[in-house]
Ligand binder design. Structure first.
Ligand SMILES: *Cc1c(COP(=O)(O)O)cnc(C)c1O
Length: 225
């Protein structure tokens, strides 16, 4: 694990990890708790997508980084009373997990004339305290959300079990991949299943083996939080 957090190390970490990823896999730099200087170093290292968990932090980062070429993803649990802010700030929301959240978000996007790309978050660990839709409910949820005017479904996202041991996460990734394949084959109107976002610093290689096309990495780029 990377202990120091100087800007040159961040640039190097980003280059190294991006070079190691297969061509079809995109990197989302998980930006929570990082300074604008650190985020800018990541961008200099080749990062083009930054993920944030909290609205207020995202708002500050986006203003401070002020780089129009960066795509900002919401990767944290989104509360319904924050959808207005989220609609304006983010380029993609990875964590839509209910009809009500989708409805509220679509409405907020309609008010600002935006069609928001989204991923549906899957609770692949199947634990009650985790966010994400239950795997058995995902297809129905996707079909419902696909009819909302101002959302465009582009994939699935999952966290999996929290563990430093990647093999513990593998079944969660496998399950999410099967759902992804099933939804792709279902060819639902308006749904473009092009991304499967799964895997973090400790588990991204396993996630890629299981079919991830997008990995969300914080610690291995920036050092420990
Ligand atoms: C923080 C975070 C990550 C990255 O975690 P690391 O272990 O630091 O790589 C990925 N996804 C989400 C949703 C996160 O909040």
């Amino acid at each position: 694990m990377v202990a120091s957090m100087n800007l040159e190390d961040i640039r190097l970490n980003c280059r190294e990890i991006m070079n190691s990823l297969p061509k079809h896999v995109s990197l989302v730099a998980a930006g929570k708790t990082r300074t604008p200087q650190q985020l800018k170093a990541a961008i200099e290292g080749g990062v083009t997508i930054i993920g944030h968990n909290y609205i207020q932090e995202a708002e500050q980062s986006i203003a401070a980084v002020a780089d129009k070429s960066v795509h900002w993803h919401c990767i944290g649990h989104l509360q319904r009373n924050k959808v207005k802010k989220a609609a304006g700030l983010f380029d993609l929301i990875e964590t839509v997990d209910s009809r009500r959240l989708g409805e509220a978000l679509s409405k907020a996007c309609a008010q600002i004339g935006k069609v928001m790309p989204i991923f549906v978050e899957v609770n692949s660990a199947q634990e009650d305290n985790k966010s994400g839709a239950a795997p058995d409910d995902v297809e129905e949820l996707v079909r419902y959300l696909s009819q909302l005017e101002n959302l465009r479904i582009e994939g699935l996202m999952t966290m999996g079990l929290f563990s430093p041991e990647p093999e513990v996460c593998r079944p969660c990734f496998e399950l999410t991949r099967r759902l992804f394949d099933r939804l792709t084959e279902a060819k639902i109107a308006g749904v473009n299943m092009r991304h499967l976002s799964m895997g973090m610093s400790d588990s991204y290689q396993t996630a890629i083996e299981q079919g991830a096309t997008m990995v969300r990495i914080g610690t291995s780029l920036f050092g420990p939080r």
